[in-house]
Design a protein around this ligand. Structure first.
Ligand code: FAD
Length: 533
């Protein structure tokens, strides 16, 4: 495939396989634009696997009068829910109104009414106001002393990395060529100093390649300014990176009934979200100037989140020892003089250099489709010879046609559960596979259940087989973090099956002992980072 790609003349090269780049590659290839996407590590290895994993309008941005952003992401929520139903699920969010909190009863009610209106939320899903007793009944773990009332409103939840990978796969099916572990190091220019391609290095083989295209778009997230520097076009506006961390605790340490959007001690707002056998909580928002490839959750970050949780919930106080996993990511925001991290706009921005490099940064996971549309519309305007087909992503379905279809689809796992006499925990594992892999889960589950091995190991084996064959997983961490999310939400399984996972990768790629040892060290170090041990 690489040999073919180097001799090809592409219309478009997209740098970056996060949600923004993946969205652009899908939109462009659906319109018949010949597209190549290059990602320096794994797909979604940047910010797109480190978010709060919500498809949301961002209630808090209303306070900053970012009406356009809230409206766009609010409306996009239902588009994502309709188009990728196995990955975008409705989620009720409880906002407790507390003494001294960000929102008073009236302001919260007004803000969420505006939020529902901007996002055209259907009547049955509109906000429900609760008095103090109803709020306590809805979430008995909230501390009663500060509580005044509560509001339940609608949001959606997702898996950010899986969303990105599904978009990557859809772009590939639509004709895009796509490579992970391919670092773009420089640009190729013509005699008028206009970009006509990129120079890249295959990280696995260390081989260098040159790719040709009429147009290059950088969707490199936190690395956008690095590429603008290489292009000598970092003038005017620049990125402002802020770090956000999340911690994960076993569900029984914070057994909340639904997701909660609650006040921190410093005027910010945090989420606590139950997920499978865990609850995760985040996020912080602090300036970041360190190494972009090694963003870590520190003990200080953890203390910030723990003290806020302990302040809001009536539970035996959580400590560092209760943290089972964590992740830290960078927001690629646009710098504005004098503004604190939380005050910076979350809107996206497009930069166009004199040599024709188009860069896009900022924005939200939720708004990826609209960001992609803006970029591809712009490309068509600037290149009359590009296919001029209109955007097709608004109704482009991935895996299933609706959420009702997804719920019907889940029935097959119940039939299998009774046929193979699976217990509740085992049946939940099948559901997890359906929500991760959509229609492909059927193949994974059938392969697993038709072997006589231990149940958990058979599932892992079949899942790894799938990500190796169909999802360009190159390293065990690609599976553990981005394909399955297990490092965050099922770290016990990772620790228990680690050598088996590495062995499966080693067998597939015929690794020697040194390569197996390196993979083991990489995974062990990722576990140490996630557990902050
Ligand atoms: P990235 O995901 O960082 O992708 C850029 C990619 O470019 C990377 O994979 C990188 O490896 C690659 N790259 C860089 N340089 C090169 C190169 N030279 N060659 C090849 N490839 C290169 N949004 C929401 O909608 N909902 C949320 O709940 C939410 N929560 C968030 C919580 C936190 C803590 C953070 C940090 C962000 C959150 N966001 C949320 C925002 C959202 O995650 C980001 O807007 C989005 O993921 C950015 O995607 P991206 O593709 O632009 O960047």
């Amino acid at each position: 495939m690489l040999e073919e790609a180097v001799s090809e003349q592409f219309d478009l090269i997209v740098i970056g396989g996060g949600v923004t780049g993946a969205g652009i590659a899908l939109d462009a290839s659906l319109r018949g634009i010949k597209t190549l996407l290059l990602e320096k590590e794994d797909f979604a290895s940047g910010t797109s696997s480190k978010s709060t994993k919500l498809i949301h309008g961002g209630l808090r941005y209303l306070k900053q009068f970012e009406i356009g952003l809230v409206r766009e992401s609010g409306l996009e929520r239902s588009v994502a829910h309709k188009n990728i139903p196995h990955l975008v699920h409705p989620e009720n969010m409880l906002l407790p109104i507390v003494k001294g909190g960000t929102f008073g009863k009236l302001s919260a009610s007004l803000a969420i009414s505006v939020y529902d209106f901007l996002a055209a939320v259907p009547r049955e899903d509109k906000k429900k106001s609760l008095n103090k007793n109803q709020t306590i009944a809805s979430e008995p773990l909230l501390k009663k002393e500060r509580l005044k009332a509560g509001i339940i409103y609608s949001e959606y939840r997702t898996d950010d990395a899986r969303l990105t990978i599904e978009l990557i796969k859809a772009a590939y099916r639509s004709g895009a060529q796509i490579f992970n572990y391919m670092l773009v190091e420089d640009f190729v220019y013509d005699s008028q100093n206009k970009i006509i391609g990129v120079k890249a290095k295959d990280i696995s083989s260390e081989q260098n390649f040159s790719f040709n295209a009429t147009q290059v778009v950088s969707a490199a997230g936190p690395w956008v300014d690095e590429l603008r520097e290489i292009n000598l076009s970092k003038k005017g506006k620049r990125l402002h990176l802020t770090k956000g961390v999340h911690i994960v605790v076993p569900f029984d340490k914070l057994p909340i009934k639904s997701s909660i959007y609650f006040d921190s001690n410093d005027g910010r707002m945090l989420f606590a979200i139950p997920r499978n056998k865990t609850t995760y909580i985040g996020t912080s928002d602090t300036n970041y100037t360190g190494n972009k490839n090694e963003v870590k959750c520190t003990q200080e970050d953890v203390s910030y989140i723990l003290s806020n949780v302990n302040n809001m919930f009536s539970i035996p106080p959580l400590t560092l020892a209760d943290v089972s996993s964590s992740w830290a990511g960078l927001r690629p925001l646009i710098h504005e003089d004098g503004k604190s991290p939380s005050e910076l706009s979350r809107s996206d921005e497009i930069f166009i250099s004199e040599s024709n490099l188009i860069s896009i940064a900022g924005g939200k996971l939720t708004g990826y489709r609209k960001m992609a549309k803006r970029i591809v519309d712009l490309l068509q305007k600037r290149n009359a010879n590009f296919s001029q087909i209109e955007c097709k992503t608004k109704n482009y379905k991935i895996h299933l046609n609706s959420f009702a279809d997804y719920q019907d689809y889940l029935q097959f796992k119940n039939a299998l559960a009774s046929k193979f006499e699976l217990n509740i925990e085992q049946t939940k594992e099948l559901e997890y596979l359906c929500s991760c892999y959509g229609k492909s889960a059927e193949q994974i589950i059938n392969q697993a259940l038709n072997t006589k091995n231990d149940f958990a190991r058979s599932l892992i084996k079949a899942e790894i087989n799938h990500v190796l064959k169909y999802e360009s997983a190159i390293h065990p961490l690609d599976y553990i973090i981005r394909r399955s999310g297990k490092l965050f939400f099922d770290i016990d399984a990772v620790q228990k099956h680690l050598s088996f996972i590495i062995q499966e990768f080693g067998n597939y790629y015929s690794w020697n002992t040194g390569q197996v040892q390196n993979a083991t060290l990489e995974c062990e170090s990722a576990i140490v980072d996630a557990t902050i041990s």
